[in-house]
Structure formats: C-alpha cells, structure tokens
Design a protein around this ligand. Structure first.
Ligand code: LLP
Length: 422
C-alpha cells in the first residue's frame, strides 16, 4: 500500500486561492524549484567542464525555456519544430542540438544557421556529409544496452531504433572520412528513468566511442535521471552517479591526453517536480459492495497521459475546499473526465485499475496531482473530447502567480479545419 502523499511546493491555502483565481484544471509551476533543479544539474560532477542541455520536449513553455536560458542551460531539441521554438524564444543556434528520429525537412536552413546536429542513423550522417562536407557534428550511438522506467521509455539495445548501432563503427568512420567530417561529440541516451548502474556502464562504452574519434572533445551521456515522484520512490543522486564517471574522464585524460567535456541533457530531472496540476472533484460513483469507489476529476488524459501510457504514478493530494483536514483516509480509484475507459489516474501498467489511499474527498474538493512538470502539458491527448488545452501559471520566486498560458478557447481547437461540405 502506498503512503499518503503530500503537497510538494504549494501550501493548502495557496491551492484554494489559485483555484479560485484561475479555475481548475490548472498547471502551476514553481520558478524557485526550477532554479533549484537547474543548480543541481549544473553541479554535476565533472573533471574538465560540463554542459547541461534541457530536453525541451519535457515542457517547452517559453517561460520555462527563459528560466533555463538565464541559468546558462543549452537546448536538446528532438524535432525541427522544437528547434524553431527555441530559436523563436531567443536561444542562439549554436546553443541548440537537434537529436531527432525524423530527418528534418528544413535541415539545410536550420543547420546552415549554426544549430548543432546529432546524427542518429547512417542515413542522417550521410545526408549531413552531402550537405555540409568538412563540418563538425555529433554522433548518437545505441550502445546495445538500455534502461527505462518502463519498456516504453527504454531507448537502448536491440529493440530500440534510436541511434547508430554500436557495431557499425566502421561504417560511421567510412562516412566521416568520405565527407571529411569532424566528429566533435559522441552521444548516448538509453532511456528515461534509467537504472544508474546501466547508465554508468554505458558511460564507459561512450568513452570508448570517444577513443575511436580523436577529434571528439565532448561526451554526452544524455538524460534519463530517475525522479521520485511518489513518497516511496527515490530520485537519482546526481553527485553519487556522477562521481565515478568523473574518475573515468580523468583516467581517459591520463591515458589519451584528452580532457573531455561532459554533457548531460535531462528533461525529467529539471522539471518533473516543479509542476502541480490543480483539479476539482467533479463526481463520485461506486460499483457496489465488491467494486470500487471512484472519484472523477475535472481533468484527464488530455492533461496527463502518463498513467494511461505507462501506468505511471503521480501523487494525488486532497485539499478540502473550505479548509480543514480530510476526516479520514480512503481508497479510491481516481479517473479522468475523458470518455475513455483507459482514462484512469490510478492504474497498473496494462490498464487494470488500482485503488489509491488518499484523504477523504467530497465533490467540489480539490485534488492536486503532483510531479506533473515533465511530459504532461507537453505530452497529452490534448483536445480529445474537445477539451481545451489546460491553463498554466508560473509561481514567481516572490510567490506571485502569473498566468503563462491561457485556457484555450474551444473555437481554437477547430480553427484549422476547412468546412467544404455545404
Ligand atoms: N535526451 C534524449 C535524446 C531523449 O530522447 C530524452 C527523452 C531526454 C534526453 C530526456 O530524458 P529525461 O531526462 O526526461 O528522462 N515521456 C517519457 C519520457 C520519454 C522521453 C523521451 N526522450 C516520460 O513521461 O517519462
């Protein structure tokens, strides 16, 4: 049984005040917590220098990008559109690296501007060579090992299409030679929510790739650092996992006379714990003596699809609408508002509903879903059932809440449609 969850950066009075002022559902982000997470990442142990990239897919709101930029954090973009977004909000082309599954349609234009490219397949490498002979780039390898919080977020090993398979090193070298390219970086990213032991093993392999390319000056070990969203989950201690890798970089320097810069590109670690989703209990139903008691929230998989996609657990904290404490704790199945039986916030991977022990709640009370800063607003079934995009607020460092995304007007949902049927 899971323990009762607590609010992470909000106070109960704040929840009530924010819900009254802005309505629910509402994403609330804490600027102070984002800055703290940036500082933790920037203190990652390193021997000869560190670059931190923010995997902006986790949450690309311009205000969040701005906070990262002010901290000196660079950008990991995973599509050409993310590149355009980062450029639009003032990131220099050279501060953005594109690591994408799909070869960008505007490749020549974007890379021509100075955006860094991380070749993720032999085809991508070949196309880079054809278009930019003699230029520098990074190469992503699939090291043959992967690790994620579920199989769906594991991006290494034979079952993964991400990166160039490590045994194809000679083919990589041939293309590099053919186009007189300079490999300035080697890159691995093996999954989200990785086991630190697997990550450490992969760090060693990545240094071996650096050995194969004397021009490499930066080694990127990707993101994937696990974050404890629930009370019973632990976050990765960056100091602890970084220390042995720092030694590996020192040993590399002694052996090869090259002082490599370490790069990391977290998404989850930088933003997951910095966001909360304020919701209101819309209804309660039960399925009898042998069934379940359900709470229905005024949000769903259109704001957070992680439970439906991965069986991911997010803390659910009851905040009574009129103040005071819940009278007791109860086991509920908590569901979303979408007309979809899979829209359940408390489910096992595979879809079976689970109960969650939480403060007793009545219709009209608030339920705060915690640790929703990463891959919630940015990765959802937005607009399903024509639910508008959820509004977002940034809690500034002085405690002032500022609206950073308006609730989407319903007409915006169908603005790109063209009615041709009379
Ligand atoms: N670098 C690359 C190349 C990536 O593909 C990703 C994530 C990251 C860095 C950042 O990984 P993070 O530090 O956020 O784990 N939607 C999933 C995670 C999959 C993200 C895919 N790539 C989730 O909700 O947990």
């Amino acid at each position: 049984m899971t323990s009762i969850e607590k609010l992470k950066f909000l106070k109960e009075d704040q929840v009530r005040a924010l819900a009254k002022e802005f309505g629910t559902p509402l994403f609330v982000y804490s600027e102070a917590t984002i800055e703290q997470k940036c500082d933790e990442a920037l203190a990652f142990p390193n021997a000869f220098g560190l670059q931190v990239r923010y995997a902006m897919k986790a949450n690309p709101n311009s205000n969040i990008l701005q906070i990262m930029k002010k901290k000196g954090i660079l950008i990991d973009a995973s599509s050409e559109h993310e590149v355009v977004r980062a450029l639009h909000f003032g990131f220099a082309p050279e501060s953005i690296m594109l690591t994408s599954q799909e070869f960008p349609k505007a490749f020549v234009e974007l890379i021509g501007k100075g955006v860094k490219f991380n070749a993720c397949s032999l085809r991508q490498l070949e196309l880079f060579g054809q278009n930019f002979p003699g230029k520098s780039l990074s190469i992503r390898f699939n090291p043959g090992l992967g690790s994620g919080h579920t199989k769906k977020t594991d991006v290494g090993g034979v079952t993964s299409s991400f990166g160039i398979w490590h045994e194809k090193l000679e083919e990589v070298k041939a293309i590099v030679k053919k186009y007189n390219l300079t490999v300035e970086k080697v890159h691995t990213h093996i999954g989200s929510g990785s086991d630190p032991e697997v990550w450490k093993a992969v760090a060693k392999y990545t240094l071996e790739y650096a050995e194969s390319f004397p021009s490499v000056s930066v080694v990127s070990l990707g993101g994937g650092y696990k974050v404890g969203r629930m009370e019973d989950e632990k976050s990765t201690d960056l100091q602890k996992i970084g220390a042995p890798v720092k030694i590996q970089f020192q040993e590399f320097a002694e052996k090869h006379g090259r002082k490599l810069i370490l790069e990391i590109e977290p998404g989850t670690y930088l933003i997951a714990l910095c966001g909360a989703l304020l919701t209101t209990v819309d209804d309660k139903v039960d399925t009898g003596k042998h069934g379940f008691e359900f709470i229905k929230l005024d949000t769903g998989m259109d704001s957070n699809t992680r439970p439906s996609l991965y069986g991911a657990r997010h803390p659910l904290v009851t905040v009574k609408k009129d103040g005071g404490e819940p009278r007791s704790n109860k086991e509920y199945v908590v569901v979303g508002h979408c007309c979809e039986s899979g829209d359940v916030f408390t489910q096992k991977e595979g879809g079976e509903p689970m109960t969650r022990l939480m403060g007793e709640t009545e219709i009209g009370d608030y339920v705060v879903m915690e640790a929703v800063g990463a891959y919630c607003s940015s990765m959802s079934t937005k607009n399903y059932n024509s639910f508008p995009e959820t509004a977002e607020v940034l809690l500034r460092k002085d405690g002032t809440p500022k609206l950073i995304r308006k609730k989407e007007p319903v007409t915006e949902i169908f603005r790109n449609e063209i009615l041709v049927v009379e």
